[in-house]
Write a protein that binds this ligand. Structure first.
Ligand code: FES
Length: 85
C-alpha cells in the first residue's frame, strides 16, 4: 500500500495492494477521467509532483514518464506520491 497526496484538491488517499491508483483517487475525486483501465488509452495520464513512479504501461515515452503517470496501471515505488489533482 502507498499514499497519494492530491495537491490541488488537498486530499490524501491510501492505495491498497489490491486496487489501482485510479480506483483510490476516484474515491476522493469521482470525476477523474479514465477509459480502458489497462494502460492503453492515456485518458488517465496525470502529472506527478513528487515521489518515484513504478510505471506499468507501454504507452508513455521516457520524457512523459519523467513528469507523469497513468493512474490505471502504475503505482508508487516508495510509500508516497504527490499528484497535480
Ligand atoms: Fe486508459 Fe489509464 S484508463 S490508460
Amino acid at each position: 500500500a502507498f499514499t497519494v497526496e492530491l495537491r490541488r484538491s488537498g486530499g490524501v488517499v491510501e492505495v491498497g495492494a489490491e486496487e489501482s491508483t485510479l480506483a483510490a483517487v476516484r474515491r476522493e475525486l469521482p470525476d477523474t477521467p479514465y477509459s480502458c483501465e489497462q494502460g492503453f488509452c492515456g485518458t488517465c495520464q496525470h502529472r506527478v509532483l513528487a515521489g518515484e513512479v513504478d510505471h506499468r504501461d507501454d504507452l508513455l515515452t521516457d520524457q512523459e514518464r519523467g513528469e507523469s503517470m497513468l493512474l490505471c496501471v502504475s503505482r508508487a515505488k516508495g510509500d508516497r506520491l504527490a499528484l497535480d489533482l
